[in-house]
Structures are given as C-alpha cells and as structure tokens.
Design a protein around this ligand. Structure first.
Ligand code: GRF
Length: 203
C-alpha cells in the first residue's frame, strides 16, 4: 500500500518543514512529503526540500490574473502529485474558497498562539508575539488546526501551551513558541495520517 502523500506550502525559512522531514526520517510520521510549494522563489524552505531531493515548485503571483487562478495552478499540481493532505507551514497567503472546497478537511495550518487568541487577519510572525506581550497573557503556545474559509478559524487539532516569563519579550517568545510548533506539527500530522480522532490537548 503506497504511503500517504503530503504537500507542504511554505513562504519562509521552513523550520516547520524541517521538523516534518525529521519526523518522517525518525519514524514519527508514516507518510511522505511528495511536494513542497512556495509563493516565494527565495524561501529557504525550498533549499531544505531540495537537499532531501523532494520535488519543489514555485509560482510567481504576478503571472496570474487573480488569486483564484493562482490557487487553480497550485491545485493542478497537487492533483498531478496525488496529494492527500496539505500542510501550511509558514505559508503567508490566504487560500481562496476554491482551494478550501477542493481539499476540505485535508488542509492543516500551524499558528504560533493559543487560538482563538491572537489569530486572524494580520496576526502572523512577530506580530502574534507582540500581541501576547501587550495583552500581558500568562500563557502562550502554538496551535495546529484545520483550515476553513476563515483566517485561523478551523477546528483545532492540537495545542500546547507554555508560560510567559516576566522577562519575556516578543523575540524570546517567538523562539520558545517555534520549538513548540516543531513538536506539535509532527504530532498533529501523525494523528492526521493515522486518522486518529482529535482530542484537544492542553498540556
Ligand atoms: C513562524 O512565524 C511560525 O510561527 C509560523 O510561520 C513562521 C515561519 O515558520 N508558523 P517556518 O520557519 O518557515 O516554518
């Protein structure tokens, strides 16, 4: 029986992609990353994929008339590679309703906060952690969730929280939370691939 095939969509350094690739290599995830797509030609994540001989591809948004045409081109590639699940790992574009519909309940995203807090339009990267610091939250963490038509609003698969120390700032939080992301992205994909019922774990 062939392995479950995953596509990972990236825009940046790809540390979450790296965690997924490491998770597969050390047997934590029983699937294969068949494709890595980026909207950014210079995404270091593409180099990480190439070093593992994983098929990568990039599309320049400027060559497309609309967001929908752009997503149609991505979907065509996902079909060509018989992709079963799509992982958004630091992918900074919002998917169109067409994409969501085509892969409903097959797309997951990793977000660097305890959703629904500090999520939604404009909450990405360091801004998320600045919002946590400004809110004086006692805890923060990371969330893996299914992607629906909203922004960071789909059903939560897994969350892991950490305490915010009094001397933390947005930069120190970002580093700590990224480590949590690397753990729960692997755990969540393992559950997804095994079709395990999802329970929220706030450990
Ligand atoms: C990070 O801000 C992470 O919190 C979010 O995407 C950004 C880049 O992650 N999920 P990566 O290193 O490109 O995986």
């Amino acid at each position: 029986m062939s392995k479950i095939r995953i596509a990972v969509l990236v825009s940046g350094s790809g540390s979450n992609l790296q965690a997924i690739l490491d998770g597969i290599e050390n047997g934590r995830i029983d699937a294969e990353v068949a494709l890595v797509f980026s909207n950014r030609k210079d995404a270091f994540a593409l180099k990480r994929a190439n070093s593992k001989n994983i098929k990568t591809f990039y599309l320049n948004i400027k060559n497309f008339k609309s967001d929908e045409d752009y997503d149609k081109a991505i979907i065509q590639k996902l079909k060509e590679y018989s992709i079963d699940y799509v992982i958004l790992a630091g992918y900074l574009r919002i998917l169109t309703p067409l994409f969501i519909k085509t892969y409903r309940n097959k797309i997951i995203n990793i977000h660097p906060s305890l959703l629904p807090k500090h999520g939604g339009k404009g909450y990405y990267g360091i801004r998320v952690h600045e919002s946590v610091i400004n809110s004086k939250d006692e805890y923060t963490g990371a969330t893996v969730h299914f992607v629906d038509e909203g922004t960071d609003t789909g059903n939560i698969i897994l969350q892991k929280k950490i305490k915010v120390d009094k001397d933390d700032n947005a930069e120190t939080l970002q580093k700590k939370v990224l480590e949590i992301e690397h753990k729960i992205i692997v755990e969540a994909i393992d559950k997804l691939v095994r079709g395990e019922e999802f329970e929220k774990s706030f450990d």
